[in-house]
Design a protein around this ligand. Structure first.
Ligand code: T3D
Length: 262
């Protein structure tokens, strides 16, 4: 059985983590398959990505059954795992010039929680939860957790989540600004499909430029960010979709965006 399911429909590349009996915990095979699936997102036929999990969890982070060390043996070098797998995955999600929607269908724990937070629009089922499980097993948050949490939730809440490793409900995650929204469990599939379809018919380049500008903002002074907006808006305004958007508005009709990246 493949540990990643992939389908492409109406411009949306749907990627499902598919190790439900392991709560979709990551092993090297799942990392490799996910990497390959996300490579498909480079094609012009893909205009949005939807990431979710099969079964009752979104993802329980690293598969800990591969991490048992016998007493006296050399420890596993976790820097290798982060360098080969988790860090490139988070960077890929952040740098992909297409919107990534994450449908958090259940528990998101450890790296699973932070991979969800790395996505652009996170929509969670009401029964879902987020667990920075790392401290419980003697680790610190990775996969961008120490970067995302203080920026999204503020440093006090970031510290509490990281040090205590307590379960945060989807509703609190939304109230704390960690995610876009929470919906009833039976509405999740329809909601994420509607949002993904909407993004897949939007002006893809403008969305990519928005991602780029927002990503740069946390390291920029306002003056630098204003300069960046000026440069990027020049590109957006000169693009086919930029022209189509304004023309459609003036002609009082719905825009037909091509989604071309340049
Ligand atoms: O190592 C590196 O490469 C470095 C990178 C690390 C990144 C990380 O993600 S480190 C953090 C790893 N993840 C965790 O520590 C989470 C561990 N899991 C849990 O805390 C809980 O299972 C959950 C909060 C996710 C869910 O709790 P609950 O009560 O809903 O389910 P459960 O009963 O605990 O788990 C159900 C089964 O899934 C159970 O197996 P069993 O008893 O039915 O055979 C459990 O052992 C298994 N499971 C859950 N998480 C993992 C896992 N098996 C392997 N790895 C897991 N991460």
């Amino acid at each position: 059985m493949s540990s990643i399911l992939v389908s492409l429909e109406t411009g949306v590349l749907a990627v499902t983590l598919n190790r439900p009996d392991k709560l979709n915990a990551f092993n090297p095979e799942m990392h490799e398959e996910l990497r390959a699936a996300l490579e498909q997102a480079d094609g012009p036929e893909v205009r949005a990505v939807l990431l979710t999990g099969a079964g009752r969890a979104f993802c329980a982070g690293q598969d800990l059954s591969t991490r048992k060390v016998t007493p006296g043996a050399a420890p596993i070098d976790l820097a290798v795992s982060l360098g080969n797998y988790y860090n490139p995955l988070v960077r890929r999600l952040r740098e992909l010039p297409k919107p990534v929607v994450c449908a958090v269908n259940g528990t998101a724990a450890g790296a699973g929680a932070n991979i969800a937070l790395a996505c652009d629009l996170v929509i969670a089922a009401r029964s879902a939860s987020f667990v920075q499980a790392f401290s419980r097993i003697g680790l610190l948050p990775d996969s961008g957790g120490t970067w995302f949490l203080p920026r999204l939730a503020g440093s006090a809440r970031a510290m509490g989540l990281a040090l205590l490793g307590e379960k945060l409900s989807a509703e609190d995650a939304a109230a704390w600004g960690l995610i876009w929204k929470v919906v009833d469990d039976d509405k999740l599939a329809a909601e994420v499909e509607a949002v993904s379809d909407r993004l897949a018919s939007a002006a893809t380049q403008a969305l990519a430029l928005s991602k780029r500008a927002l990503a740069a903002s946390s390291g920029n002074a306002l003056a630098t960010q204003l300069d960046l907006e000026r440069e990027l808006q020049k590109l957006a305004g000169a693009s086919a979709d930029g022209l189509e958007g304004v023309n459609a508005f003036l002609e009082k009709r719905a825009p037909r965006f091509s989604g071309e990246l340049a």
